[in-house]
Design a protein around this ligand. Sequence first.
Ligand SMILES: [Zn+2]
Length: 426
Amino acid sequence: MKAALQGSGVRSLAMAGPAVARDRSSSRRANLGMVLRLLRDEGPRSRARISEDAGLPKATVSNLTAELLEGGLIREGEAERDRGTVGRPGQAVEIDGSGVHGIGAEINVDYVSLLALNLKGEVTAEQRIPFDVRAAGPDATLDTTAQLVARGIEVLRRDGGRVVGVTLATPGATDMTTGTVGFASNIGWRDVPAIAGLRERLGTGAPEMHLENDAKLGALAEYVTASAAGVRDLVHVTGQTGVGVGIIAGGQLVRGAGGYAGEVGHLQLVPSEQLCACGRRGCWETTIGRGALLRYAADPGDLVWDPTVDLERRLAELRDRARAGDARTLEALQRIADNLAPGLALLADILNPRLIVLGGHFAFFGEYLLDSVTPQVRERVMAPNAGGCEIVLSTTGLTGTARGGALLALDTVYQDPTRAMTPTQR
Ligand SMILES: [Zn+2]
């Protein structure tokens, strides 16, 4: 199963922290986790091979797999092919977890959304509600988010599923240890205890909840795909109202000392006098973010400005205009490309990523941006051949952030499978 989190770098992103083998119960949990991660990273295999690969006695592996089977996290697969060794081919076991779910919930400028994945990597719930977060304020936004999450949990549990965790994503500076949004200029939040607010609204019996920044979660979702192709260094650039980046360097998510790394959107990279939501003028995101796109492409009052209309529909309208050859829309996209290039070149110069993944509206309008952005970046970057950096479009649409949140919630299961096996809801 290659669709789940892979690689040691992603493992280190776990919220749960390493299981320390101090007593019998924690060493059992650590071993259960090791077996599950082995099946995730290396694919289905027989108990004999697990014993060999994990360096555990056969009897121990037999007990561990029995427990994982009982807990619904793995299932019997096909008979393993003879690998040239003597003896009967063993029955392989493989990741199941179709009833174990992680939820990612995203609060963004003009929508609130939810996406659930099961341990197999299948989408098991998905919803997006157009919502003017800035106008509504934190209380009303958390009310709506809590309702969305509660409904998601209810539907998944009604079908017999277990929800192991919820990751809440917001733009801006987030403190994952306290669950507080420190400052998110585009939604106007300052010192909002978002996780405490959600817990209060969802009551007891709610799963574990954590907060993380949207760009970092987007990077995590991209890394799952990219790491399967051997990529260890990646920068994900969100194309939202705000523009943030999530950085994965050497397989590690770069959070920085306080978790605030990646606030590239407020650097001044392109000449501009436009007032930014942060209070300053000329921030990069005022030249490439959603506000810039709308300002360049249409006048206020145009349908594409209407926050009550679903974002994807508004973007699709603009894309229709571009495809119809509308001059203003095409000029707007050219400006976005020209403003995007210097920042991407800067990121490539500083971080030397193998991939820069463009998300949000950059991906949506990729067919109009990429051909212009790529040569401009290559021309600017100091290293030959742009340091081997390739610019690609995200394929996760507007769901990348929530998807990353769901993956992060599920990662706790790989650290400690008993979290998903205990009868009590966590
Ligand atoms: Zn700013």
